[in-house]
Design a protein around this ligand. Structure first.
Ligand SMILES: [Zn+2]
Length: 422
């Protein structure tokens, strides 16, 4: 299968962050040519005049399995939120998790995401939904101490079995996750790290999300979470840590020194009243790779990465009383090339370049009356475009959505079924 996308305003996100009017030629899974006036025969042609063509967005922290909980766990402090979530989780069937995931993934595809990093149990069920809809799914099976879990069997064994059985699947990247230091002993963390090393996977966890988490930990360990994880040699360049709001400068430097990537979840943090703002400018000054995540659509309440980019910009400009903090280009990097780096896929994802995997979205700015030029396009992507402006979504060289219609699953039928099980 080959696809020729013509006449778009291309946001390459390459090393020079080049923006130009041109064409992209996709053969099978890869971008094989990018430039002006490409004239080759293709199986399928898309005219993208007056449209933006850009790398698909990368969401580095989600819980897609919670899609059907949206709007049901509201206005609660994180502790009560987690209590209610665990209660609801304990009663779930695989069918409920599958359709929750499919609903979340539908929203992701619809709003321009091509890759996401998930943290949940039952990732084997979630993986089936990803395979059916065609999303690129990085799935971290969540672990925690056995005394706290609602999972059947040992979470560490479940995670290892999941990695073993899913490591050779197309577009599925299994890995190990950790709920957080409040339910993970050092033993669980270090055994999990060994599993990650054995299979060469990334690690994914919630870290220093709330002040309470940090202060409770201080009482038990006499150390802040990142300080302790640094000392037990848990931190490394394979870790994606979500939230990371309550940190000292010493901890920020420790994350930078160890090459940890963080997933910034500005909307979820504000909705859960986390307080303050994650120290994003400080991370950037200290070599910490910053990426963006939505968290679940219970704490967001959507999975629209365009929305997430905008709120990230607003939060930090407001927090620092300084409009020059975080440029639009930096925020777009969080949601594309930095995400690819965190997932260890920088050579294959995150930008439009020859030889990279064809994860490409086409965005129509016209319905919002956005004037389009090379000079204003990046700020408009971050602050004006919404996910519903996305017209087409190509993942792995396959057209998953064309002209706003998902091609891979019959969503109208699925939504009827979902209404029955909600
Ligand atoms: Zn989360």
């Amino acid at each position: 299968m080959s696809i020729l996308i013509k006449n778009g305003l291309l946001i390459t996100q390459n090393l020079e962050r080049k923006v130009f009017y041109g064409d992209i030629f996709i053969e099978n899974n890869f971008i094989t040519e990018i430039g002006k006036n490409i004239s080759v025969e293709a199986d399928f042609k898309i005219d993208s005049s007056k449209k933006i063509v850009m790398p698909g967005l990368i969401n580095t922290h989600a819980h897609v399995g919670m899609g059907l909980f949206r709007g049901f766990i509201e206005d609660l402090k994180l502790d009560d939120f987690l209590k209610k979530t665990f209660e609801m989780d304990a009663k779930r069937t695989d069918d409920h998790i599958y359709y929750s995931s499919l609903l979340s993934m539908y929203e992701m595809v619809r709003t321009g995401t091509t890759s996401f990093l998930d943290l949940y149990y039952s990732e084997d069920v979630i993986s089936k939904a990803a395979e059916n809809i065609g999303l690129r799914a990085f799935l971290s099976w969540v672990t925690l101490d056995e005394q706290y879990t609602t999972q059947k069997g040992s979470p560490l064994n479940n995670a290892e079995n999941f990695i073993q059985s899913h490591k050779n699947k197309e577009r599925i990247y299994p890995s190990i996750g950790f709920q957080g230091v409040y339910v993970c002993s050092d033993d669980t963390l270090l055994k999990g790290k060994e599993i990650a090393e054995k299979y060469g996977t990334i690690m994914h966890m919630h870290l220093s999300e709330t002040r309470k988490e940090v202060y409770d930990y201080l009482k038990i360990k006499n150390k802040r979470p990142v300080e302790h994880l640094y000392e037990i040699n848990f931190l490394n360049e394979n870790l994606v840590a979500a939230h990371t709001v309550w940190l000292t400068m010493r901890e920020i430097k420790q994350l930078g020194e160890k090459g940890v990537s963080i997933s910034h979840n500005p909307i979820s943090n504000m909705k859960l009243g986390t307080g303050g703002a994650a120290p994003i400018p400080e991370f950037m000054q200290n070599n910490v790779n910053v990426t963006l995540g939505t968290d679940s659509n219970v704490t967001n309440n959507n999975l629209d990465m365009f929305n997430n980019m905008k709120i990230a910009g607003l939060l930090h400009k407001n927090d620092k009383w300084d409009a020059s903090v975080l440029t639009a280009q930096e925020i777009l990097d969080f949601a594309t090339i930095n995400g690819a780096k965190a997932l260890k896929m920088k050579s294959l994802l995150g930008s439009l370049e020859e030889g990279k995997i064809a994860d490409v979205i086409i965005v129509d700015p016209v319905p919002n009356g956005i004037p389009l030029s090379k000079e204003n396009v990046v700020p408009n992507i971050v602050y004006s475009i919404e996910g519903l402006n996305v017209d087409s979504n190509i993942i792995d060289g396959k057209i998953v959505m064309l002209n706003k219609k998902i091609q891979t699953v019959e969503f109208e039928k699925i939504i009827d079924y979902i209404q029955k099980i909600i």
